[in-house]
Design a protein around this ligand. Structure first.
Ligand code: B12
Length: 189
């Protein structure tokens, strides 16, 4: 199963950086589920969709970029992928799940995303099976957004695998990292 993880950023914004949350969910899915076919993209997601041809697209997004996430999810669905959104926006406003997004993950994503992948691998997109996964919103048979109930927080965060930094292309970020170090060094003079 091919998984594409997208950081839905506004590329005109200078305040962007590699996404730690995507690194964490990728590492967890790989270590605990054996899902190794994972690509993380933080620039040009529409090109990545065409190139990777994913079965599942996971998108992280903050509120001000939600329209960008919708555009990515819409194209992903046109290409036949299952779309999952996570991050702070959907956690705060779960019922804002867009029709282009099949599933929204509330709060911590590591274990939840892995369970979603395991359901999809076994049953494809099956609403009844997905309703058993705690901590998500999804569209029910009547096309209403339903919440599957609260999931307990992970008891031991220190046991999480380190974020999959090997999947992050730091070349995409060299100019940002340079401006950050320049910015901080101006305070240290
Ligand atoms: C570090 C940080 C930054 C960094 C790095 C961001 C990055 N690339 O990760 C920098 C400085 C670059 C930054 C920039 C911005 N930030 Co900021 N940032 C934070 C901060 C302090 C911590 C985020 C973090 O790393 N958390 C740790 C990681 C591991 O957790 P996580 O990202 O939440 O991911 C977990 C879950 O959310 C979930 N998850 C997340 N994504 C996905 C995706 C899928 C598919 C799944 C299944 C699960 C999942 O699983 C992950 C693991 O459990 C938060 C405040 C906070 N306490 O959360 C604000 C925060 C997220 N930022 C915020 C904002 C507004 C911005 C900017 C828009 C600011 C600006 N004006 O430009 C930009 C937008 C950048 C972007 N991504 O588009 C707001 C968002 C508010 C909102 N309603 O959406 C927050 C909440 C701060 C606040 N209280 O206002 N930010």
């Amino acid at each position: 199963m091919k998984i594409l993880l997208v950081n839905a950023i506004d590329e005109r914004d200078v305040f962007n950086a590699p996404h730690l949350g995507l690194g964490y969910i990728a590492a967890y899915a790989r270590t605990h589920g054996g899902f190794t076919d994972i690509v993380i993209t933080e620039t040009n997601p529409l090109e990545a969709l065409e190139r990777v041809k994913p079965d599942v697209v996971g998108i992280t997004v903050v509120s001000q970029n939600y329209d960008i996430a919708k555009a990515v999810a819409k194209r992903a669905k046109e290409l036949g992928a299952i779309t999952v959104v996570g991050g702070v926006h959907i956690t705060l406003l779960p019922f804002s799940l867009d029709p282009s997004m099949d599933i929204g993950v509330i709060s911590e994503g590591e274990a939840t995303f892995l369970e979603i992948l395991q359901v999809i691998e076994k049953h494809a997109y099956d609403i009844q099976q997905l309703k058993e996964v705690r901590g998500i919103v999804l569209w029910n048979e009547q096309r209403k957004v339903v919440f599957t109930g609260k999931r307990e927080l992970l008891p031991e965060v220190d046991s999480l695998p380190y974020p999959a930094r090997d999947l992050i292309d730091y070349h995409e970020w060299s100019s940002y990292l340079f401006s950050c170090s320049y910015f901080y060094s101006s305070f240290c003079d």
